[in-house]
Design a protein around this ligand. Structure first.
Ligand SMILES: Cc1ncc(COP(=O)(O)O)c(C=O)c1O
Length: 395
């Protein structure tokens, strides 16, 4: 069968080897503990599910939804941005609900990238930024996120000939996979740089509500003039454990929002309305669930960081996001280290190179496994550590 070049040229699925090994282990009846996926293990809060069930019973929600979302949802999102970040948005022109933020991120390239255009993409980074670019015929230019720069891209080091062809830049803070955060000063510099070089900015911020030690992440749209050059993608997936319901949003520059709305109206027929009512409930209902979840993740973070440090991995305790980004011990690549943990103690971590070449030397551990699995996983990691120490030559 002849496939399109577009699909044929998609980068290979980098976790294939690991997935194969997990499947083999499971087939042998072995119990594998996975720190791989950033999918909250905690159920969606019950008041949100109750609203979803109630809305699902109403026949008016059984029909095609409008592709730009319920006006009440767009207004709710605008109100949430005002109250959470002090950012004013016009619900008619500056807010677009999405079927989860991933589809909007993937589709955005088709609105602003023509074949041959360059898109600035963080490396390591969430793979959809580069995949969307490639599908639209664009060329990703990878901006290294390095420890010595606090995992922020050095935008002023991007060569002029690259900038000349650049139409779009992707940013993501709190960051997946490095878990770093950015401040308004960084976003201000990004906006100025985009204005000077005449390209657009897409900021992806689904982890803004998952934060620790009292820290509160900022929005890209709080930067001065951000709305003139860019948009922010957001999601209810991580804030309200709603990954399974598929609802997110993009907000900001009205021309960019309109382009995505036009594209999407030709491809999908909107978000199931019952899910939209659930999202309204999530954003307007009791918010104590957010603090409760963060307290739980923070406890898990501390346990994970302690064990990883004791194994000799360098880790910065994350201030936000669902991930711990850890430097692998000397002598291993990220894939070798992940394979070793899987083979020796049946624990899955994600090799950093899966997120781009500059992720080499790191592994990512997600905090979204239930407490019993977490305890089991950590004691297996301690077993790995102890077995290494046992065989270390004494000097
Ligand atoms: C950085 C980042 N952006 C976007 C998404 C997509 O989230 P959703 O499509 O569930 O809104 C994820 C999911 O893991 C992510 O890590």
């Amino acid at each position: 069968m002849k496939m399109s070049k577009r699909v044929e040229n998609l980068p290979p699925y980098l976790f294939v080897e690991i997935s194969k090994k997990i499947a083999e282990k499971k087939a042998r009846g072995e119990d594998v503990v996975s720190f791989a996926i950033g999918d909250p293990d905690i159920p969606t809060p019950s008041h949100i599910i109750d609203r979803l069930c109630e809305a699902a019973q109403q026949p008016e929600n059984h029909r095609y939804p409008e592709s730009d979302g319920l006006p009440e949802l767009r207004k709710t999102i605008a109100d949430w941005y005002q109250q959470r970040f002090g950012v004013s948005l016009d619900p008619e022109t500056e807010v677009l609900p999405l079927l989860g933020s991933k589809e909007g991120i993937g589709h955005m390239a088709f609105c602003f990238v023509d074949p041959g255009d360059t898109v600035l993409v963080p490396d390591p980074g969430y793979p959809v930024y580069s995949v969307g670019t490639l599908l639209a015929g664009g060329r990703p230019y990878y901006m290294p996120l390095l420890d010595r720069n606090d995992f922020l891209p050095e935008i002023d080091k991007i060569p002029t000939d690259v900038l000349r062809k650049t139409t779009l830049m992707w940013l993501n803070y709190p960051n997946n996979p490095t878990s770093t955060v950015a401040d308004i000063d960084f976003f201000d510099r990004a906006v100025n740089f985009a204005q000077k070089n005449n390209f657009l900015v897409c900021h992806d911020g689904p982890y803004s509500e998952v934060a620790y030690d009292g820290y509160r992440p900022v929005s890209f749209l709080q930067a001065k003039d951000a709305k003139e050059v860019g948009v922010e993608f957001h999601s209810l997936s991580k804030s309200y454990n709603m990954t399974g319901w598929r609802i997110g949003m993009v907000v900001g520059n009205p021309t960019m929002i309109d382009a995505l709305k036009r594209l999407k109206s030709n491809l999908d027929s909107g978000i199931p309305q019952a899910v939209q009512y659930a999202a309204i409930e999530a954003l307007t209902g009791p918010q104590d669930c957010i603090d409760e979840h963060n307290a739980l993740y923070q406890r898990r973070r501390d346990l994970v960081v302690e064990v990883l440090n004791s194994m000799g991995l360098e880790v910065r305790p994350p201030q936000a996001s669902l991930y711990v980004w850890a430097k692998v011990p000397n002598g291993y690549t990220s894939v070798e280290f992940a394979n070793d943990l899987l083979e020796k103690v049946s624990v899955v971590v994600t090799p950093g190179v899966g997120y781009g070449k500059h992720g080499e030397g790191y592994v990512r551990l997600s905090l979204t496994l239930n407490d019993a699995s977490l305890v089991k996983g950590l004691s297996r990691l301690a077993e790995w550590r102890d077995s290494k120490n046992r065989f270390k030559p004494k000097v």
